[in-house]
Design a protein around this ligand. Structure first.
Ligand SMILES: Cc1cc2nc3c(=O)[nH]c(=O)nc-3n(C[C@H](O)[C@H](O)[C@H](O)COP(=O)(O)O)c2cc1C
Length: 215
């Protein structure tokens, strides 16, 4: 799938078919997770795969009784190990870089799952203590996100989203003078200029590469 298509068409899927997810697909999703960026390349994450039906039910309960989670054939728990990040980057590393690294891994996993024709959902609402004791997660480690994965049994519509005009500023944060009313047109101008530049460069290279005819 083309990257932009994958990003724009991904949805949170909360209904799954009763079909297991192939291990090789889970492997590619895990690879996508570990390819995410992390502060200082510390890679402060561990990924826990849960497939057992009884355990999935207990996890659903620990996710504030979001029972639909139990029906996802595969569940991945992303666990941060903040110790090393704290060692290098102090409190900022522990509070910001560590969860951000896991969030980057989680997003890559969601996109790769979608790329493989699977549905997924990011779960943030859970009882951390319960998840820790259910999965033997050590004291110093912290579960950061839970991802459900399975073949989708629903095709959710896109959720309401703010427009680009509402979330984007130019130059300085906030305020009307820093807004552009018609952003697509504005950005379109740039992309048109870039397109023209690329075409001109290609033409120039082609010209250079074409042998001159002997007179
Ligand atoms: C940090 C975070 C926590 C979330 N927690 C939950 C959750 O506990 N349960 C749930 O059903 N969805 C959860 N979601 C999914 C969001 O509800 C969903 O991404 C949002 O409604 C936008 O829909 P979309 O993913 O289809 O674009 C969470 C998403 C994020 C990023």
């Amino acid at each position: 799938m083309e990257v932009t298509d994958c990003i724009l068409s991904r949805r949170s899927v909360r209904k799954y078919l009763d079909i297991s997810v192939e291990r090789d697909k889970i492997g590619v999703i895990m690879e996508a997770g570990k390819a995410a960026p992390s502060a200082g390349n510390i890679q402060n994450w561990k990924f826990l795969l849960i497939e057992n039906a009884d355990k999935r039910k207990k996890i659903a309960e620990a996710c504030l009784q979001q029972w639909w989670i139990a029906k996802a054939p595969s569940i991945i728990i992303l666990v941060a190990e903040p110790d090393k990040v704290r060692q290098f980057y102090g409190i900022r590393g522990e509070r910001l870089y560590s969860p951000q690294g896991c969030a980057a891994a989680a997003m890559s996993m969601l996109l790769e799952a979608h790329n493989q024709g699977l549905g997924s959902c990011w779960i943030g609402a859970f009882d951390e203590g319960k998840i820790k004791s259910l999965c033997n997660i050590p004291e110093q480690a912290r579960p950061q996100a839970i991802i459900t994965i399975g073949y989708p049994d629903e095709n959710p519509p896109p959720p309401p989203e703010f427009s680009l005009e509402e979330v984007m500023f130019f130059r300085d944060f906030g305020g009307q003078p820093n807004r552009i009313e018609d952003i697509p047109a504005y950005l379109g101008e740039f992309s048109d200029k870039i397109d023209k530049g690329v075409t001109a460069t290609k033409d120039f290279i082609k010209k250079l590469a074409t042998p001159k005819k002997k007179k």
